[in-house]
Design a protein around this ligand. Structure first.
Ligand SMILES: Cc1cc2nc3c(=O)[nH]c(=O)nc-3n(C[C@H](O)[C@H](O)[C@H](O)COP(=O)(O)O)c2cc1C
Ligand SMILES: O=C(O)C(=O)c1ccccc1
Length: 388
């Protein structure tokens, strides 16, 4: 598999011989501006936006930028292998695509295109509960790649049970339960543009096709779609949940369960005590708590607390191959990527997402090589400058 990313490096480099530039930039931080030009301010505002005045999203970047890598020399890096084991399964690289809801605002093929891209590159795709396409349909697009399902833990127990049953039947193996969104945060960019896609029914496909959800409606969805949307808004998450409630999920899901949105080491310990298999250290890409600790600052503290008991994954702010490297050095086993692949989707559908995955992993592969590593497993805190 390592060869695969190296082939892409060669392909992009050899373009230089013929002067043919890549279809999309290889610096993934440039995609947001391009997609804004293509799709306008509404959809991009929703994806790029974050909580409050954006301080958490900025802190996520600052915490990654602040860490500096100290490269080592003469360590035989001519052959590299990016593969890792996560939740007991082999992955070709320490990367998965994060659950991103409402993807049809970026591209009509939405989650199916992103899932096909992930499958083509062999990386897991985490399907959001709030997808624009029903989970059964996306699962069909996923081929042999790992299928992970993100659960918004609904107020209605019957809907949660139905989602778990459907996800199981559709071949999803791991469950990521998002804890940081009991309510949607104050997001001025969306409020000021009056752009809230789910109020128009985008991202409700799993709910509107669900018999348990339908049972809670006075009239069928097609007879009163506005009432169905309001029902979704009121029940998709539940601010009354507490730690003992996790027993219900543990009883109703056979595969690994990972809690997404853990930032405090004590919460990570509670996750382990509740029989969970992992955590995603994440602040939802800065979209939930304005003023929150940067995810990369929380990561080493969580890894220190539970790294020997739980799988520790990371997201929020990853944009480059060296960010992936830094996350591993801070204690993550793999990272999830959010906005950049949504922008790739907006610019060029499935191939745009594939471009993003290939660029990120080609750059990560080079970062490994240039810092003296032949595989991700040897990366650790000794690779970072302790002064930072
Ligand atoms: C437009 C958008 C929608 C999202 N929807 C979900 C979702 O449905 N479920 C979820 O757990 N996280 C969701 N997230 C958060 C991502 O899973 C992830 O935590 C975040 O995007 C990572 O940060 P990054 O975008 O800086 O990579 C969403 C993020 C964005 C940008
Ligand atoms: O926008 C988000 O961050 C998110 O998680 C979400 C929640 C509900 C519907 C769509 C997206």
């Amino acid at each position: 598999m390592a060869q695969h990313w190296a082939d892409f490096q060669n392909e992009i480099y050899l373009n230089g011989l013929t002067g043919s530039v890549p279809r999309l930039p290889t610096d993934l931080t440039r995609l947001e501006e391009l997609v804004e030009r293509r799709l306008g301010p509404g959809p991009v505002g929703y994806v790029a936006g974050s909580a409050g005045s954006g301080s958490t999203a900025a802190a996520n970047r600052a915490a990654l930028d602040r860490r500096r890598i100290v490269p080592r020399m003469l360590r035989d890096v001519h052959q590299r292998d990016l593969s890792v084991e996560v939740l007991g399964r082999p992955l070709p690289a320490p990367l998965a695509l994060a659950p991103v809801g409402v993807l049809s605002i970026m591209h009509p093929d939405a989650e199916s295109a992103a899932a096909r891209a992930a499958a083509a590159q062999g990386v897991p795709f985490v399907l959001s509960s709030a997808s624009s396409t029903p989970m059964e349909q996306v699962a069909e697009a996923m081929g042999d790649a790992e299928r992970w399902f993100q659960l918004y833990w609904a107020r209605d127990r019957e809907v949660t049970k139905s989602f778990l049953d459907r996800a199981k039947a559709a071949g999803f193996t791991a469950l990521l339960v998002t804890l940081d969104t009991p309510l949607l945060a104050w997001r001025p960019r969306d409020l000021d543009q009056a752009y809230l896609p789910f109020l128009h029914g985008v991202g409700t496909a799993n709910y509107f096709t669900d018999p348990a959800f339908q049972a809670g409606l006075a009239k069928p969805v097609h007879e009163d779609p506005d009432a169905a949307v309001m029902h979704f808004v009121g029940m998709f998450s539940d601010p009354a949940k507490t730690w003992p409630d996790l027993a219900f999920l543990r009883e109703n899901w056979d595969g690994p369960i990972v809690l997404k949105g853990v930032l405090h080491p004590d919460d990570a310990r509670l996750a382990a005590d509740a029989g969970m298999d992992g955590v995603v250290v994440s602040n939802h890409g800065g979209r939930q708590v304005a003023g929150s600790v940067a995810a990369a600052d929380a990561l080493p503290r969580v890894a220190e607390a539970v790294g020997d008991r739980l799988t520790v994954l990371f997201d929020s702010g990853v944009r480059t191959g060296d960010d992936v490297f830094k996350a591993l050095a801070l204690g993550a086993q793999a990272v999830l990527l959010g906005r950049p692949y949504a922008y790739g989707l907006g610019l060029d559908g499935q191939s745009g997402v594939e471009h993003v995955i290939r660029c990120l992993l080609a750059e990560f592969d080079l970062t490994l090589a240039l810092t003296g590593h032949a595989r991700p497993g040897t990366v650790g805190s000794a690779d970072l400058d302790l002064e930072q």
